[in-house]
Design a protein around this ligand. Structure first.
Ligand code: COA
Length: 117
């Protein structure tokens, strides 16, 4: 939250209860990296994740970038479908940095214009 090159979004109920968050590091090479997107289990499937992705695309563009990538743990088919429906393209597989033996499917938005709306 203290990094100046990060965009951190939080979704919450009117009561203030947090239901989701998203975090992107803008200065990552070769382009901004969506590090995390998480919706609490009771709130999934109601559009919060889509709203955060669209808002993130808009904020990333407002900071002067027009592309983004992220890693989905290989085998998380529901998340892969979610990103594909939002226009993400699967561009490869790479080992995850945070655990040995875990692979990421790399998803990429070469142009965030449509996602940002
Ligand atoms: C993937 C995730 C961010 C989507 O957010 P969401 O608010 O549930 O998504 P939306 O309501 O905007 O869209 C629903 C779509 O998300 C997908 N989805 C993925 N995981 C889901 C889940 N556990 N429950 C419901 N939908 C899920 C479905 O494809 C669903 O599409 P459908 O309506 O055609 O079934 C969210 O479900 C989540 O946090 N999952 C667990 C953590 C995770 O896998 N994060 C991604 C890591 S890269």
């Amino acid at each position: 939250m203290t990094r100046s090159d990060a965009v951190f979004l939080v979704a919450h109920e009117p009561s203030g209860v947090v239901t989701a968050f998203a975090l992107t590091y803008l200065a990552q090479e070769p382009e901004p990296w969506l590090e995390s997107l998480h919706v609490v289990s009771e709130s999934r499937g109601s559009g919060v994740g889509t709203l955060l992705m669209r808002t993130m695309a808009s904020r990333v563009r407002a900071r002067g970038y027009n592309s983004m990538r992220l890693g989905v743990v290989a085998g998380n088919a529901a998340a892969s479908r979610f990103y594909e429906r939002l226009g993400g393209e699967m561009v490869g597989l790479e080992p995850a940095s945070w655990a040995p033996g875990v692979w990421h499917e790399l998803y990429r938005w070469p142009d965030l214009t449509a996602l940002a709306g």
